[in-house]
Design a protein around this ligand. Structure first.
Ligand code: MSP
Length: 709
């Protein structure tokens, strides 16, 4: 039997996962399901990377041991993967790998020993002992060369990581090195001989030019006295292995490399080589270091390294805790069905490129493509079958003597027209799918939705139903719609397993979508006379205003927007409140609409709780080391002026604010930001996707302290 093995990166156990981590799992799960549909014996691996200084530090900060830290993160992963239907129980991953498991230690040690014994292609020992002197980013778990860090602004300070913007660690210690520099020619021949080894092509080119630029030997151990939380180097307990060395090997230890028991249960021999799905951020580790390690150990190379782009926020910023724009899994799972999220991720991101994530965009897609698109097609088809065909799949055949009559209604009497269309679409869909172009594949699937929808609208079954002579025409139209739905369920099963199974069972089919090979679909297999199942809405519409308001409520301290939120984002580490609102296109006006389309109201009493006062800015200055913050003194008619921090420094010159009348939320709980107490909030409109603040003001003279009602 054919086998297939797909992996995600194993995620650092220092912090909880967000949408980015979920995304790779969704893609891997989709690929795994599509292989299983074809009867391929498939193994899907995900898990956590639990060693290294980063985890040690996170644990220390949380007053946990590193293992407790890892356990905590893993339990969250398990809870969330279950909620999103990605765990084993829901047909998702087969193995949740943890690098702290004893079998991994065993396999990694075996691998190290093999590499330590090996000679490089240039005849040198593959591992040697030396001295490492340089900079290391704990968050990347990577050594940094000069072009990979920002020089320090002040003399004597550490440089900062280009990616994380955090200070690098200076390392000067004895270390084992892997002689990577001896593998350049082997790697270049690999990329040349196997152009599909690194995908997509643009990433392949990136990797080739990196290797052509020259490879440096890689430090693969740390002194136990500096990093104790790691796998000990065999026969040298003073050293622990570099976390990436240990982590990459998980892909083979998970399935039995170096451990007989595990080999029996899963099977390295059976499943290896794997397709590694990774974010482009860790491509170099997978496409350069990993193959070199494998070449040294004499282990077969992976099937392919497939790198996707990164999710960024609507303004194009990468997700970061500091910015506060991370899409939290809790929020996603509270407000959206798993299938809608899967669909959005695969439809919206052009595979390989970065994608923008916004809650509004997610709601729009779910409503247009799922609720109004596929969902509507399915419910109208099934409802008409229930109403006009006594709830049984009608015949798709128009008898000879009725063909002319049918033609008069404009219905295409040749069934092969629609069958041909859908077969062609299926072929295109599968082609795109095979090359990871999920977005294009889904576009094709939706061309089928549109085509079938049009067929129904043109044929007007509700009119045909009024004419007994057109019964067969009506039946044929509904049969074609139902059969198309059956095909769509099979095609879309890997992307939306829950929804596809739902629609399948509403069509009266036991859930066969999971095990039907789409390439083998034949038009006309839906059986006439078969009773359909209970009809229920598969993709309920998402109430945009309500959902956005709920999401914003969960992340913002009050209903008023912008300056407070930005202030917090600018304040970064010291804010002990929730950070800026996450990825959303929404302005407050969108979230609580008050013109047409009002869907959520507050009581006047709710509004009265907010004490809004007219204030006059007496002084304004920038806050040191906080790009976004201004420190304002505002007279709101009280004995003493209020000190208020506002996140508007990028848009307002402090001098120009002095003397301006503003609106202040006067009863907001004071809080400290960057060491300054903020005693209120300045109200501003939020403009455009970047949320440019425009301060609310008055065109008439108003006294300080006047209340806004
Ligand atoms: N532990 C290493 C991987 C070792 S694999 C042998 C690691 N962990 S990580 O927690 O930082 O995960 C990085 C991966 O998470 C990315 O490669 C990607 O798969 C996923 N993502 C994290 N943030 C992401 C986005 N913003 N967008 C898309 N995927 C992202 O690196």
């Amino acid at each position: 039997m054919k086998t297939f093995y797909v992996t995600t990166p194993i995620y650092y156990a220092n912090s909880l996962p967000h949408l980015g981590h979920l995304y790779t799992m969704i893609v891997a799960d989709t690929i795994a399901r599509s292989k299983r549909q074809r009867g391929i014996d498939t193994l899907f691996l995900t898990g956590t990377d639990e060693h290294g200084i980063n985890i040690e530090r996170a644990a220390q900060k949380a007053s946990r041991t590193p293992k407790e830290q890892a356990d905590y993160v893993v339990s969250y992963y398990k809870k969330m993967t279950a909620e999103f239907g990605l765990d084993g129980e829901h047909g998702g991953y087969d193995i949740f790998m943890r690098t702290t498991e004893p079998f991994h230690y065993q396999g990694v040690s075996e691998f190290w020993r093999r590499v330590a014994k090996a000679k490089t292609p240039k005849g040198n020992t593959a591992i040697y002992k030396g001295h490492y002197e340089g900079w290391f980013c704990a968050a990347c778990a990577a050594y940094k060369t000069e072009d990979e860090y920002h020089e320090p602004k002040t003399e004597g300070a550490a440089p900062t990581c280009l990616i994380h913007d955090t200070a690098l660690d200076r390392i000067s210690e004895d270390s084992y090195f892997f002689r990577l520099s001896d593998y350049d020619q082997e790697l270049l021949s690999l990329y040349e001989n196997r152009p599909d080894f690194v995908r997509p092509e643009s990433r392949n080119n990136e990797v080739i030019s990196f290797v052509r630029g020259g490879l440096q030997d890689l430090s693969v151990s740390r002194l136990r006295t500096s990093v104790s939380w790691g796998v000990p180097v065999p026969d040298d307990p003073d050293h622990t292995m570099y976390v990436w060395f240990d982590a990459l090997i998980n892909y083979i230890t998970a399935i039995g490399f170096g451990n007989e028991e595990r080999e029996r249960v899963f099977g390295f021999e059976k499943y290896w080589p794997a397709l590694h799905l990774v974010g482009k951020d860790i491509l170099r580790f997978h496409a350069v270091y990993w193959p070199a390690f494998l070449l040294a150990a004499g282990v077969e190379l992976p099937r392919a390294i497939v790198a996707h782009g990164m999710w960024v926020d609507p303004s194009g910023r990468k997700m970061s805790k500091t910015i506060g724009n991370i899409v939290e899994l809790d929020v996603l799972s509270r407000h959206f069905p798993a299938d809608a999220i899967r669909y959005f991720c695969l439809r919206e991101m052009v595979f390989g490129q970065d994608g923008r994530f916004g809650y509004e965009a997610l709601i729009d897609r779910a409503n247009s493509d799922l609720a109004s698109g596929l969902g509507n097609l399915s419910s109208r088809t099934l409802t008409m079958i229930s109403r006009y065909c006594e709830g049984r799949i009608p015949s798709g055949h128009i008898p000879e003597e009725k063909l002319l009559l049918a033609k008069r209604t404009g219905v295409d009497t040749d069934e092969t027209t629609i069958a041909g269309f859908i077969e062609h679409a299926r072929d295109q869909f599968l082609q795109h799918f095979e090359s990871f172009a999920f977005s294009r594949a889904l576009e094709v699937a939706w061309s089928v939705v549109a085509r079938v929808d049009k067929m129904i609208s043109d044929a007007k079954p509700w009119d045909l139903a009024k004419d007994e002579n057109q019964k067969q025409t009506l039946n044929a139209v509904l049969y074609r719609a139902a059969e198309s739905l059956r095909w769509l369920c099979v095609l879309l099963y890997p992307v939306m397993p829950g929804a596809s199974s739902d629609v399948s069972s509403q069509l009266g089919l036991s859930d066969s979508s999971a095990t039907t090979d789409p390439a083998q679909l034949k038009w006309g297999a839906l059986v006439e006379g078969q009773p359909i199942g209970d009809i229920k809405p598969t993709f309920p519409r998402i109430d945009k205003a309500k959902t956005m308001a709920a999401i914003n409520q969960g992340t913002e301290p009050s209903g008023v927007h912008v300056t407070e939120a930005d202030a917090i984002a600018g304040a970064t580490t010291q804010a002990n409140t929730k950070p800026a609102p996450p990825m959303t296109h929404a302005t407050e006006a969108d979230a609580v609409p008050c013109a047409e389309g009002v869907t959520s109201f507050i009581e006047i009493g709710d509004f009265a709780k907010v004490d809004l006062r007219v204030g006059e800015v007496l002084s304004a200055e920038r806050v040191p080391k906080a790009d976004k913050l201004l420190l304002l003194e505002i007279d709101i008619g009280e004995e003493k002026p209020r000190q208020v921090l506002a996140g508007i420094a990028q848009y307002y010159e402090p001098e120009k604010l002095v003397g301006r009348k503003v609106v202040v939320v006067a009863n907001l709980k004071p809080r400290k930001l960057r060491g300054f107490e903020s005693q209120g909030m300045v109200v501003a409109a939020s403009i455009g996707e970047e949320g440019r603040p425009v301060i609310a003001t008055f065109t008439e003279d108003v006294p300080n302290g006047a209340r806004l009602k």
